[in-house]
Design a protein around this ligand. Structure first.
Ligand SMILES: NC(=O)c1ccc[n+]([C@@H]2O[C@H](COP(=O)([O-])OP(=O)(O)OC[C@H]3O[C@@H](n4cnc5c(N)ncnc54)[C@H](OP(=O)(O)O)[C@@H]3O)[C@@H](O)[C@H]2O)c1
Length: 252
């Protein structure tokens, strides 16, 4: 039986990834801070799919979190680096602690988890990593500056190591969702922005399925939905000044 780790599995996209993996008979390690929610999800998945499900209640926004995960779970075949959050607001008014936690969770822990599990995947010549970025990673994001920059890192990092690993049997997929109906907007204080009021908002199960299928096919980049592909395309062809203006209007 293969084992998959899912970060941010207590809700939103992470929960959808956990369901897809359980349906494909993976044993699971579910990580998030909400211990009780994880236990309830684990019981449900065990019951429905007959797989083993461990829960690991952990705050992944603290330094050393990835090492703590690896100390508890030394082997994995599939790593879903999904946990993340954003912050809407002026950069200089955002607390230093929130910025530190956001960068640690969205960038550092994701990177360190990949570093922890890749050597064994390479030795086995098999393994899959799915890093969840965002269409936000294709452009600068005034009023969500740290989040957009973190997701730009995730795209760049994922594509670079995917290329290093080409032909090794190990694949790295980067999923870039656009606005999706989860707790994300609420937690980012972004429910009233044009990003979530004007743009099409995708269904979490559909976004996770697109990412999951892309990962199983070993694709480098998955951008679910026509609108999100237009955002990604425009980021490559539109002048930076115009992109910044649109992005500002989207987030303010
Ligand atoms: N929804 C969107 O519009 C959207 C768009 C593009 C990309 N994304 C990305 O998709 C990924 C999943 O987000 P989502 O939309 O599913 O949001 P969500 O509904 O808020 O879920 C976030 C998950 O991450 C966990 N998490 C948050 N902080 C954590 C921490 N410090 N330590 C451990 N776990 C933590 C949460 O669980 P606990 O609170 O229990 O810890 C939850 O399970 C994120 O990387 C996000 O940036 C989302």
């Amino acid at each position: 039986m293969s084992r998959a780790i899912v970060t941010g599995a207590s809700g939103g996209l992470g929960l959808e990834f956990a369901k897809l993996l359980a349906a494909d008979h993976y044993d699971l390690v579910l990580i998030a801070r909400s211990a009780d929610t994880l236990i309830a999800i684990a019981a449900d998945l065990k019951n429905r799919y007959g797989v083993n499900v461990e829960t690991l209640p952990l705050d992944l926004s603290k330094p050393g979190a990835a090492a703590a995960v690896f100390a508890r779970v030394s082997e994995c075949d599939v790593l879903i680096n999904n946990a993340g959050f954003g912050t809407n607001g002026r950069f200089e008014e955002t607390s230093e602690e929130r910025i530190r936690e956001e960068v640690t969770l969205d960038v550092l822990t994701l990177t360190e988890l990949a570093r922890a599990y890749l050597p064994q995947m390479c030795a086995r010549k098999a393994g899959r990593i799915l890093n969840v970025a965002s269409t936000a990673g294709f452009l600068p994001g005034p009023f969500m500056a740290v989040y957009y920059a973190c997701k730009a890192y995730v795209i760049s990092f994922s594509q670079a190591i995917a290329e290093e690993l080409r032909g090794s049997g190990v694949t790295v997929t980067c999923l870039c969702p656009g606005p999706t109906a989860t707790s994300f907007a609420d937690r980012a204080h972004a429910t009233q922005t044009r990003l979530f009021r004007v743009q099409p908002v995708s269904n979490a199960a559909a976004v996770a399925l697109a990412g999951y299928r892309g990962m199983q096919r070993g694709r480098d980049l998955v951008i679910p939905g026509l609108w999100n592909n237009l955002v990604a395309l425009s980021s490559r062809i539109a002048p930076r000044r115009i992109l910044l203006w649109v992005s500002r209007k989207t987030n303010e």
